[in-house]
Design a protein around this ligand. Structure first.
Ligand code: ADP
Length: 328
């Protein structure tokens, strides 16, 4: 540890995800371990501009590792997109004697952090928190594993009612740009079809596949649909289209929505958050800045923020194939 940093700030920003509290706890306790002061900033960049800071100690993060959401709250902040807003934010950090900032959030939050770093040379480190798992430079983001388990749990329940009534269910899950959640939860819950933003197999293929399933003796089916799927219809339009073309099916739609972001983090997310928080603080102490902490091959790694923002986290092509085979 070389850099003589005495005070670090931590915030959660943008869309919340399970595991953010575990990451806050880890950052705070790693600071305490290294005898550095830590302040929490409420409501992301908005709190940074409003000067909404709170002193954090090892004890102030007791009993939060198991809690969903974020005790520091999260927000979206238009003002931080302006140079004037960032100037106020910078002044507040200087006034508080804070020398580095850890941002737990998604690629929007990282973009803000990177611009802030470019303008003021201010040390920033990102921790990826989003259930979409759509960030380059990390195999897993905080909250993704928890959301996967939540979605699988819900689909299991939907399947119980689907099979009791010989119904076809369209289940919409989060994922505007990335299908990781839909694909993995779909395979895990045994979905018959999975529609993701990364591939467009067309409506015809969906009809063929559902018809094939019915003829092969399946009496109920689950189709998992990522929000950003590319058929050109929303999930209700999709259901209508299939109903019109396959009148034998009794169809229902279930939009899972924000329940996917809630709940106690899984053990995987708690451990990941703990590891990422330690790495974030210790990277700052080593004089590093403008990086995102991630995990690859079970090793905690750093990726430059600009790469994390610009890069694409590719969908697992092998899992797509597995999914095709499973739906025979
Ligand atoms: P996420 O971090 O989950 O992707 P957003 O995209 O909403 O969420 O970004 C969170 C916040 O980060 C925004 O409300 C804004 O304050 C800040 N931010 C995002 N993009 C920029 C940008 N280009 N310049 C400055 N701040 C930004």
């Amino acid at each position: 540890m070389s850099k003589n940093i005495k005070k670090i700030a931590v915030m959660t920003s943008g869309g919340d995800s399970p595991g953010m509290n575990a990451a806050i706890r880890s950052v705070v306790r790693t600071c305490a371990f290294h005898n550095i002061e830590c302040v929490g900033i409420y409501r992301g960049y908005q709190g940074l501009i409003d000067g909404d800071f709170v002193e954090m100690t090892a004890r102030s993060v007791s009993n939060i590792i198991n809690k969903g959401g974020t005790i520091l709250k999260s927000a979206r902040c238009k003002l931080f997109r302006t140079p004037e807003g960032r100037n106020v934010a910078h002044k507040n950090l200087l006034k508080e004697g804070v020398e580095a900032l850890i941002v737990i959030g998604g690629d929007g939050s990282f973009t803000g952090a990177m611009i802030f770093n470019q303008e003021y040379g201010y040390p920033v480190i990102g921790i990826p928190g989003t259930i979409d798992n759509d960030i380059y430079g990390t195999k897993y983001t905080l909250g993704y594993d928890t959301a996967l388990n939540t979605v699988v749990d819900v689909i299991d329940k939907i399947r119980d009612t689907a099979s009791s009534h010989n119904r076809l269910f369209f289940v919409e899950v989060m994922g505007r740009d990335a299908g990781h959640l839909a694909l993995n939860a779909g395979v895990g819950a045994g979905a018959e079809e999975i529609l993701i933003p990364e591939e467009n197999l067309g409506l015809e293929r969906l009809l063929e596949s559902l018809e094939r399933s019915r003829k092969s003796g399946k009496t109920s089916s689950i189709v998992v649909v990522a929000e950003g799927h590319k058929t050109g219809e929303n999930v209700f339009g999709l259901a209508e289209y299939v109903e019109k073309n396959l009148p034998n099916y009794d169809i229902r739609v279930s939009v899972l929505g924000h329940l996917q972001r809630g709940g106690a983090p899984s053990c995987f997310d708690r451990v990941l958050a703990s590891r990422m928080g330690v790495k974030a603080v210790e990277s700052i102490l080593e004089g590093k800045s403008n990086y995102m902490v991630g995990i690859n091959n079970d090793t905690i790694v750093l990726t430059p923020l600009d790469q994390a923002i610009k890069g694409k986290s590719e969908i697992d092509a092998d899992l797509l194939r597995v999914s095709d085979i499973m739906t025979i």
